[in-house]
Design a protein around this ligand. Structure first.
Ligand code: ATP
Ligand code: MG
Length: 404
């Protein structure tokens, strides 16, 4: 077998030429053997961080204390991590102590699942100490070592395990299933950022419905920071996640099925970025509008075509429309957009200053009200987008606003 990670070859060569061991490890080997796209290539080495920094021209010391140095090579970032083991996880976030090791075996032992504990050397030979290849072939998620112990060390591994069943369409091993059921509450100790990361990946997997089933079956769901009464399992099972394209769409489907509508509170608990909160909140809002009233030019204008198309995919995910109608709906949205006379407020032929000039009033809330009204009229063509017509519309608007 030849070495498939051409871009990483130089790093392995440099390390071995200086007497160190070096292997590609973890997700890259797993995904390569599964014939899935490989995104990042992680390297494990017997070299210490200081050696790695000394050997390569361009490095970033991202986590020296954990043994990780990023090496830039062939236009790509590679995480090069010293063999290590971990002992104790008192805060359930960071291992108390990272110990550098001298053998690959020790490094592979600390890894979570057998399919993630594979390594490949520079000749393309796979090192498989825990039956990872068999598990890849059988489609099984099994921990390295006893599941109870490995989960107690780092309960996030339960979320990771279920996430991998979603991404890879794999099955959780029997002993793992039992151990997850037993220890699901330990997830409450895990930081919400780590949970969110796994949940987001879980929702993007091929077998998300099955994985959500597992969240319920293992009671992991009950340990996650969802509002009380959120668990409407059946509504979730009906959602067709596979049609959805973005994380925001998938979260919207998930939360809407659970009838979680107080997005601001949810976003705060889950420590979401402001931008994720805004997008999901807009999707929920336009999903409700779409369901009730359908689209028109003004709604498409305010939503934007991308968001409107996301909302159409949500209709299919919720079973309110079928897949076959999706392409037609996307075309309709583009047509509605084209009928809009302007496509952003900046294209209005006047500004707030013009309105002020025509008015005897001082600036106040009326001004933004007037601009918003005007914008709507211009979008649909009720008022032409030119100075004079806007001036007469504005004067009429002012009059009917405060009849004297
Ligand atoms: P992805 O495709 O999502 O990147 P991955 O398997 O590469 O999947 P990472 O989070 O990038 O996952 O971690 C890289 C490797 O580090 C894993 O393959 C695994 O060997 C190990 N690892 C990651 N998180 C844990 C954990 N919580 N416990 C034990 N080992 C872990
Ligand atoms: Mg990875």
């Amino acid at each position: 077998m030849s070495f498939p990670f051409a871009k990483a070859a130089g790093i392995l060569d440099t390390l071995t030429a200086h007497g160190f061991e070096a292997y590609v490890v973890g997700g890259a080997v797993r995904d390569y053997l599964l014939d899935r796209p490989v995104h990042d290539i992680d390297i494990a080495t017997s070299a210490h961080p200081a050696d790695v920094v000394a050997l390569f021209k361009r490095t970033i010391p991202v986590g020296i204390e954990h043994g990780t140095v990023v090496v830039l090579s062939s236009g790509t970032n590679f995480e090069v991590t010293t063999y290590r083991s971990e002992s104790g996880y008192d805060d359930y976030r960071h291992p108390n102590q990272v110990v550098f090791e001298t053998t690959l075996e020790k490094d592979l032992m600390r890894r979570d699942f057998t399919i993630n504990a594979l390594a490949m050397d520079r000749s393309g030979r796979v090192i498989d100490l825990f039956g990872g290849r068999d598990d890849l072939a059988r489609g099984l998620i099994r921990t390295v070592g006893r599941p109870e112990e490995r989960i107690s060390e780092d309960p996030l591994r339960m979320m990771r395990g279920i996430r991998f069943t979603s991404e890879l369409s794999f099955t959780l091993g029997q002993a793992e299933l039992a151990a997850f059921k037993d220890r699901s509450l330990l997830l409450k100790k895990i930081s919400v950022e780590r949970i969110d990361q796994e949940m987001t990946k879980l929702l993007a997997g091929r077998s998300v419905n099955k994985a959500i089933g597992l969240l319920f079956e293992t009671k992991c769901f009950d340990a996650l920071p969802f509002p009380e009464q959120a668990a409407d399992r059946r509504a979730l099972e009906r959602v067709r996640f596979s049609i959805l394209k973005t994380d925001a769409e998938r979260w919207t489907a998930f939360l809407t099925a659970l009838r979680i509508f107080d997005l601001h509170a949810f976003a705060r608990v889950w420590n979401w970025s402001r931008s994720r909160e805004k997008t999901v909140s807009a999707l929920q809002k336009y999903d409700a509008v779409r369901k009730r009233d359908g689209w028109n030019p003004v709604r498409v204008y305010y939503a934007g075509t991308e968001l409107a198309k996301s909302v159409e995919r949500l209709q299919v995910a919720f079973g309110r429309a079928d897949t076959a109608s999706l392409a037609g709906m996307e075309r309709d949205i583009d047509s509605l957009w084209k009928t809009c006379r302007i496509h952003q407020r900046g294209e209005l032929a006047v500004t707030g200053n013009d309105l002020l000039k025509w008015s005897s009033e001082h600036p106040g809330p009326w001004l933004s009200e007037a601009l918003a009204m005007l914008e709507k009229q211009v979008i649909t063509g009720s008022v032409a987008n030119e100075m004079e017509e806007i001036e007469s519309w504005f004067k009429a608007w002012q009059k009917q606003r405060k009849p004297s």
